[in-house]
Every structure is written in structure tokens, then in C-alpha cells.
Design a protein around this ligand. Structure first.
Ligand SMILES: NC(=O)c1ccc[n+]([C@@H]2O[C@H](COP(=O)([O-])OP(=O)(O)OC[C@H]3O[C@@H](n4cnc5c(N)ncnc54)[C@H](OP(=O)(O)O)[C@@H]3O)[C@@H](O)[C@H]2O)c1
Length: 281
């Protein structure tokens, strides 16, 4: 079903992204990974070549929380892949303490939201030549209680790891909505999803309360194999070939929070993010 398709995946070296990449490779896709660690990237490549031995899968290295890496990655991937069928924005993390990237941006915001925005913008020219292309954005039910404070987008006041994580997952859905609006009538669709609560390495980078809470909750979590199902569905199923702008869970559309359906907030977030990323539209 995916033979001849090129699938770019961020966060494909671990957890649900890794399983999704391997499944899509087994379905015949050629996978292009974005990875930050050489050893994890090489291990992922070995598994991909076992799962999809016919294709020459590839990996590009970079840290998706850094603007210069994102811009370089987009350029490298565009040159290597003039046609991309599916982009899966999935790399994500949660942190217990506030820290700031070399661009002066809060790390959760940069990793979980800015990376989806910049990589998608940078790869649109390669997605357009595909007959039909898809952008799949991994979000989370953690968005349900989140609210964006546009006066404090970098969460300088009163940082809490879970709150920051939830806000960025809300941003993933708002980004998907605003992108779908811009892509309406084109050959590219975009949808977001919640994978379920999945036993992965998420939260391991944190310390203190956030790490302990993730560790405890993982006792009740589903496997990465189960968690990857909705990503694989959105990336490959004919049932959603024409569907755009929706939020999915268990391979079904689901209503996200009211805040995630706020088109004015989606547009404001788009403008603010473009400004921070130095993208002029
Ligand atoms: N697990 C859950 O219950 C759950 C629930 C809802 C949503 N999600 C979402 O699912 C997505 C995947 O998470 P996961 O649970 O599979 O966690 P995971 O096992 O920790 O995987 C995260 C992936 O993102 C990559 N990554 C993180 N920061 C990066 C950076 N700065 N630059 C490049 N790559 C980076 C990691 O690379 P390394 O291998 O180098 O670490 C890894 O491949 C995230 O967007 C998360 O928010 C997860």
C-alpha cells in the first residue's frame, strides 16, 4: 500500500515514532528519519532495513529544538527528496525545569511546536509534487486542560512542566487547523492525533515530579505498537485520503477541546510562530 511513497519521520528513533516508521517501511515505504543522536539513528536504520529491505532508507541528523538545525535539515531533506508523500511531525519531550534554547526559546515550545511549524514550512515545496501528500502531527489528550497565554508564550512566568507540555500539544492541534485552512484545495492534507498513553521514553529526560509521575503512569500505559496505530492509519489509509484539519484518537476523529477549535487563536499562534522562526509570508 505504501510502495513508492517517501515518508519523513521526526522522533523515529524511539517510542511510537519508531514503531510507526518500521510499520510504514514494512508496508513498502521508503523512510527518511530525522534523528539527533548518531547511535540511535544508526540503530533505527538497521531496524528499518530489516523491516523494509527493498528500500534505501536514510537519516538526517539534527536537534529539532534549534532553528538553525531545522532550517539546515529542511534544506538537506528537500535536496535529497524532491518529492515527499508523508511528513510525520512526532518528535516531542516533556521537561521538569524551564530551560532556554540557543534561540532564546523555551525548550518544550521549541521541541514540540516550533519544530512542527518550521519543518513543515521548509518541506512544503517537496510535499506539493506528490499526487496527494499528508502531514501528520502527533499531539496529545494532554491538550484538554491547556490554555495558551499569548502574553507569555515562552512561559517565563510560573513554569510547570506538565502545563508547558499540555500547551505545546494544544499548539499542535491549532497548527494543524491553521495549516489545513491554508492547504484547502491543494493536494496536501493534515491531521493531528492522540496516540493513547503509551509506555515510551517520554518524561525520562525530566527529573523530580514530572519523571516520577510519568514513571508511575507508565504502569497503566499501552505498548508503543498499539500507540503507533493512529499515526500509521493517518499516514497510509485511503479512508482519510481527503480528510484534513481533524484530531484523531484510535483511528477515529474526535472533538478536541474548545481552545483547540479557536480559529482566532490558531491564526495568532501562526503569526507569532512565523515571527519567532523568522519566516516571512
Ligand atoms: N507516550 C505517550 O503517552 C504520549 C501520549 C501522547 C502524545 N505523545 C507524543 O508522542 C510523540 C512521541 O513521543 P514518545 O512517547 O514516543 O516518546 P519517546 O520515546 O521519548 O520518543 C521521542 C522521540 O523524539 C525525539 N526527540 C526528542 N527531542 C528531540 C530533539 N530535540 N531533536 C530531535 N529529536 C528529538 C527522540 O529522539 P531520541 O531517540 O534521540 O531521544 C525520540 O525519537 C511526542 O510528540 C509526544 O508528545 C506521547
Amino acid at each position: 500500500m505504501m510502495e513508492g511513497k517517501v515518508v519523513v519521520v521526526t522522533g523515529g528513533t524511539s517510542g511510537i515514532g519508531q514503531v510507526a516508521a518500521e510499520r510504514l517501511a514494512a508496508m513498502g515505504a521508503r523512510v527518511v528519519l530525522v534523528a539527533r543522536s548518531q547511535s540511535r539513528g544508526e540503530a533505527a536504520m538497521t531496524r528499518l532495513h530489516e523491516m523494509g529491505p527493498k528500500e534505501r532508507h536514510s537519516v538526517h541528523y539534527g536537534d529539532v529544538s534549534r532553528l538553525r538545525d531545522l532550517n539546515r535539515l529542511a534544506g538537506e531533506i528537500r535536496s535529497a527528496e524532491p518529492r515527499i508523500d508523508v511528513l510525520i511531525n512526532n518528535a516531542g519531550a516533556a521537561f521538569s525545569k524551564r530551560s532556554v534554547t540557543e534561540d532564546g526559546l523555551e525548550l518544550t515550545f521549541a521541541t514540540n511546536h516550533l519544530s512542527y511549524f518550521v519543518l513543515t514550512q521548509g518541506l512544503l515545496d517537496a510535499l506539493r509534487p506528490a499526487g496527494t501528500a499528508r502531514v501528520v502531527n502527533t499531539s496529545s489528550h494532554a491538550h484538554y486542560r491547556a490554555r495558551i497565554d499569548f502574553e507569555d508564550l515562552q512561559m517565563e512566568r510560573n513554569f510547570q512542566g506538565f502545563r508547558a507540555y499540555g500547551v505545546t500539544k494544544l499548539m499542535n492541534i491549532l497548527f494543524t487547523r491553521a495549516l489545513a485552512k491554508r492547504l484547502a484545495g491543494s493536494s496536501i492534507t493534515t491531521n493531528s492525533l492522540h496516540p493513547g498513553f503509551v509506555n515510551t521514553r517520554i518524561g525520562d529526560e525530566g527529573s523530580g515530579f514530572i519523571a516520577a509521575a510519568f514513571r508511575f503512569a507508565k504502569n497503566f500505559a499501552i505498548t508503543p505498537e498499539k500507540g503507533a496505530e493512529t499515526i500509521v492509519y493517518l499516514a497510509s489509509s485511503d479512508e482519510v485520503a481527503q480528510t484534513s484539519g481533524l484530531y484523531f484518537y484510535k483511528c477515529q476523529p474526535m472533538e478536541p477541546s474548545k481552545a483547540a477549535q479557536d480559529d482566532a487563536a490558531a491564526e495568532r499562534l501562526w503569526r507569532e510562530t512565523a515571527k519567532l522562526a523568522g519566516i516571512h509570508e
